[in-house]
Design a protein around this ligand. Structure first.
Ligand code: SF4
Ligand code: SF4
Ligand code: SF4
Length: 352
């Protein structure tokens, strides 16, 4: 039976949202404070001096309320900063509480090592799904990748606790089995030989394996990634088929079809990586002018209808619907006139 994270939309919900042009998912950045120093961080994780343009807790509430009014149901908090960092903790809990009260399901990307028993119990009550950074079982490798000695041991302690509290307990819904625990694993040269073990461990323990390739953003831009051949080899060994999208090991990202991404300053983006005319991220609005305006803008409509040009549009995986291309990995231009998707290492020319 296919596993799915509990706070994610079902296939049917996605289909309905896509058919009706409905906003269903919001990724909402938390303030960018982080205690780790990952070598491939898609941000530039660290301690950021707070400025007056950061969203306040009331701003976050207003965003969630507008999102719900538009029919939104799912909230993702990406690890742009660590959501449970002491400087972010109260804000994150307030957001999760507010979302729960309004019937929105949440998932949070986290390093997990700052979660103690008290917090784990609160998160359980808040019905949150935890997406945990997990690149390696090996202490030397993992601590090295995140630039923090002792991280792997701290994370192991939290994992034991979360499993004891039943975060990975299988629950059956109309589409299969769900879990509230996921491992988020980027394939890098250091863990190439371990992906199989991570994948198998996840399946044996009802933990969702969220395995992808490095996103070339922030420090990830200059990171030496695994070769396409190595990634192909890993994918094939695990799934039995060739890589059909760089976005996930077993599937592809379709969030741009029903979701928006909000920065901690309130800027609205189609997703977390999107290039505009001058190479900067393509911002489609600010929460001050509301989500509705951004959701209905020309650029968003073009993205939702996959009105792209460039190499990806001649790729077999794109034509077969196995890949939506990737705004963060392939987009070289993202404007109302033209969204150029320049292909990836897994391009396969379609035979027409
Ligand atoms: S990837 Fe996440 S955990 Fe790592 S430094 Fe960046 S914000 Fe922090
Ligand atoms: S399109 Fe790519 S960058 Fe955007 S959310 Fe999906 S996987 Fe991430
Ligand atoms: S070339 Fe484009 S469409 Fe083809 S697999 Fe890569 S990202 Fe997907």
């Amino acid at each position: 039976m296919k596993m799915r994270i509990k706070s994610s939309p079902t296939k049917l919900e996605i289909e309905n949202a896509r058919n009706n042009g409905q906003l269903m998912l919001l990724w909402l950045e938390i303030w960018p404070n982080c205690h780790l120093n990952c070598s491939f961080c898609f941000n530039h994780g660290g301690r950021a001096p707070q400025t007056p343009d950061w969203l306040t807790v009331d701003d976050y509430y207003k965003i969630i309320d507008e999102f719900i009014a538009l029919g939104g149901k799912y909230l993702g908090i990406p690890g742009y900063g660590e959501p449970f960092h002491p400087r972010n903790l109260n804000l994150t809990l307030n957001i999760l509480e507010h979302a729960l009260q309004k019937g929105v399901k949440s998932y949070v990307f986290t390093t997990a090592d700052l979660i103690n028993e008290d917090l784990a119990l609160q998160l359980k009550k808040l019905d949150v799904t935890l997406m945990i950074k997990f690149n390696s079982f090996d202490e030397e490798i993992q601590d090295g990748l995140v630039g923090s000695r002792g991280y792997t041991a701290r994370r192991a302690k939290t994992l034991e606790l979360l499993i004891k509290l039943g975060f990975n307990k299988p629950e059956i819904d109309e589409e299969g089995v769900t879990t509230r625990l996921a491992f988020v694993t980027s394939i890098v040269p250091e863990n190439g030989e371990e992906i199989k073990r991570i994948w198998e461990y996840c399946h044996q323990n009802n933990i969702y394996p969220d395995i992808d390739t490095i996103l070339p953003k922030g420090r990830g831009r200059d990171y030496t990634c695994s070769s396409a051949e190595k990634i192909e080899e890993i994918f094939k060994a695990l799934t039995g088929h060739e890589v059909k999208s760089p976005t996930y090991i077993d599937g592809h990202c379709d969030r741009t079809m029903y979701g928006l991404y909000i920065s901690y300053k309130g800027e609205i983006f189609p997703c977390l990586g999107c290039k505009g005319e001058n190479g900067d991220k393509a911002c489609i609005g600010h929460i001050k002018s509301g989500l509705t305006l951004a959701w209905n803008c020309t650029l968003e409509k073009k993205i939702r209808s996959r009105d792209y040009s460039g190499k990806c549009t001649t790729c077999e995986h794109y034509i077969d619907g196995k890949c939506n291309s990737c705004i963060g990995r392939c987009c070289t231009k993202c404007t109302e006139d033209c969204i150029e998707m320049d292909g990836c290492s897994f391009y396969k020319k379609a035979s027409i």
